[in-house]
Design a protein around this ligand. Structure first.
Ligand code: BGC
Length: 368
């Protein structure tokens, strides 16, 4: 196994923890990136939940508690919107996408003022529930203060999980994305076992999660592996998250190994993982955080040497000042598109807190 505890690696892990802690806002939010203009001032539930999971695994209980308290406050702020979405779905006239909850929030919990973002995304609301439960299980946290926020989130997801929405990459809102289904299913399953919901709601969360798993394992599978969206034959690297850390597809299910292998054969080059084959964002480079997800899935399959190779690759993307980027340009899928993004938003987001958190999370997994 790659020695994850060797000096430079340990320095990167220590730096990652310290960086995330230092950038967490007084409100408890984890900013996506402190410097990248398009992300500055915002926290995503998706990034934040995985950042919290990395920090929880690394033992930063107080930081993670503050983040989940922030999530709960945001959900409460949107109580009326959630109730409206649930009522509209129940009446058979679902709200328009732009009236659903956004994917990212300012640190005080609002939509940005001139926010024209690809906002309707459901995965983060599942992911925060999943990460909250994982944290509570790991550290014995009392979840009773979260009861109302968990219930609101469950109601929202139960009412709307089968709607098309933007995916992890904030694209293709006309599709039903299998990764999104997995995040929502994992979150509902987690909520059902937290012990804070009334019995009827807990049952509904569990039965909806079971229905989602049924859809994922039928409509979400082609040639034995998970696919990017219902109706596609392509894969997306985010699918490996369903095996680990989300555990929505058990590692011993045949679809798990087939999915990891299909993702690797389509998207991994020398340990660096692309998002999907048609990616053009910043020329379609390789994402350290996705190499870490693949590593976690490999570890769940029992392939720890391969998991360690992914960690080593992700760590190799750190800058001289130990900052991890969103992506690197070692093997671009669409080099002709790189400059249009640099012209629009500047150089690739660096540091990206989600990248740092995934290195922490996989490092912990392999340390154990
Ligand atoms: C990614 C999202 C991410 C956001 C903030 C976007 O470019 O596609 O997955 O949530 O950046 O990090």
């Amino acid at each position: 196994m790659t020695p994850v505890a060797s000096l430079p690696d340990r320095a990167l892990l220590d730096h990652s923890r310290a960086l995330i802690r230092s950038l967490q806002t007084p409100e408890g939010a984890y900013p996506a990136s402190p410097t990248f203009p398009a992300y500055q001032g915002f926290c995503w539930f998706r990034d934040g939940a995985f950042i919290a999971d990395g920090m929880s695994a690394a033992g930063d209980v107080a930081s993670v508690d503050a983040f989940f308290a922030w999530c709960a406050r945001v959900v409460r702020l949107y109580r009326d919107d959630i109730r409206a979405a649930v009522a509209a779905a129940g009446a058979g006239e679902p709200l328009a996408d732009h009236d659903m909850l956004p994917a990212r929030f300012t640190f005080d919990g609002h939509r940005g003022a001139s926010d024209e973002w690809w906002d309707f995304q459901l995965d983060g609301f599942g992911t925060w529930l999943w990460a909250l439960d994982a944290h509570a299980t790991r550290h014995g946290v009392d979840l009773s203060p979260y009861t109302d926020a968990v219930a609101l989130t469950v109601d929202y997801l139960v009412s709307s999980w089968d709607r098309p929405c933007f995916d992890w990459w904030e694209e293709h809102d006309e599709q039903i994305h299998v990764s999104t289904l997995g995040c929502v299913g994992a979150g509902l399953e987690a909520a059902s076992r937290m012990g804070v919901l009334d019995q009827a709601r807990a049952h509904l969360a569990a039965s909806t999660a079971a229905a989602i798993r049924g859809v994922v394992l039928t409509e979400g599978v082609v040639d034995g592996h998970l696919i990017k969206w219902v109706g596609s034959t392509a894969v997306d690297a985010s699918l490996t998250a369903l095996i680990a850390p989300l555990g929505f597809i058990p590692a011993d299910h045949p679809v798990a190994r087939a999915t990891v292998e299909a993702v690797e054969s389509a998207l991994a080059v020398d340990g660096g993982m692309h998002r999907f084959a048609a990616d053009t964002f910043y020329g379609g480079g390789q994402w350290p955080l996705l190499s870490c997800f693949a590593g976690l899935a490999r570890a769940a399959l029992g392939d720890t040497d391969r998991a360690a190779d992914y960690l080593a690759w992700a760590m190799s993307t750190a800058t001289a000042s130990l900052e991890l980027p969103e992506q690197v340009d070692r093997h671009l899928l669409a080099p002709e598109h790189r400059h249009q993004w640099i012209d629009k938003w500047g150089e690739v987001a660096t540091p990206l807190l989600w990248s740092h958190a995934m290195v922490l999370r996989l490092g912990r997994e392999l340390d154990q």
